[in-house]
Design a binder for this molecule. Sequence first.
Ligand code: B16
Ligand code: MG
Length: 215
Amino acid sequence: MKYQAIIFDLDGVICHTDQYHYQAWKQMADGLGIAIDESINDQLRGVSRMASLEIILKEGGVQLPEEEKQRLAAQKNELYRSLLMQMTPADLPVEVSETLQALRDAGIRLAIGSSSKNTVMILERLGLGDFFDAVSDGNQITHSKPDPEVFLLAADLLGVPAKDCLVVEDAEAGIRAAAAGGMDAAGIGAAVGDACTYRIGRFSELVQIAAGDKS
Ligand code: B16
Ligand code: MG
C-alpha cells in the first residue's frame, strides 16, 4: 500500500453538512443585512466557526464587539445543530460507505481530521460513531486549517508518520494544511485550489490511490 493511513475531512467529503452550514450562515447574514452567496460559502469550507464569521462580517463591511460576535456564532451553531437533526445514516452515500469498508479491508487505518466542533454529533447521526480508528476535531486543536494541527494530531493518534498519511479534502484551506503537515492530499470538488497531490472526481478512486495505482 502506498499509504498506511487516510485522514478524511468531514464536511464536504464524508457528508454534505456544508449545505447546512450555508443555510445557517445565510440566515445570520440576512439578519445583519449582508448578502452571501456560494462563492463566499466556498471560502468558509474547512475554516473554523469564528474565522467564518469574520469572513462574512468583512464581506458586509460590518464591525461588531467581541461579545456580539460570540452571540451570533452561538446562534448560528444552534440553528446548524437543529438542521443536523434531519440527518440519518441514509445521508451517508453508498459509495462513501463501500469505499471506507474497502480501504479498511485493505488494512489502511482511517481517521477524521475536521475543523468542526460538531464532529462527534455528525458521525453519530451518520451511524459512524464507532467506525474510525481516530477522530481529531475542532475541540482538540488551537489552530484551525490551513494550520496542519488537526491532521498532525490525527496522525499522532493513529501512530502513523505524517509522510505515510493521505488527507482527503474539499477545501483549499485543508489542502494547504495537509501540505504544511508533510502529507499528500486528494482534493474533491471545485474549491480545492491547485496544490492537491491528486484530484478526484469520485470518492471510490481512493482505493486505487491508496494502492499506488493512480498518480
Ligand atoms: P463547527 P471540516 C468545517 O468542517 C467546515 O467545513 C466549516 O465550514 C466549519 O466552519 C468548520 O468545520 C467549523 O464547524 O461550527 O461545526 O465547529 O470541513 O473541517 O470537516
Ligand atoms: Mg470540508
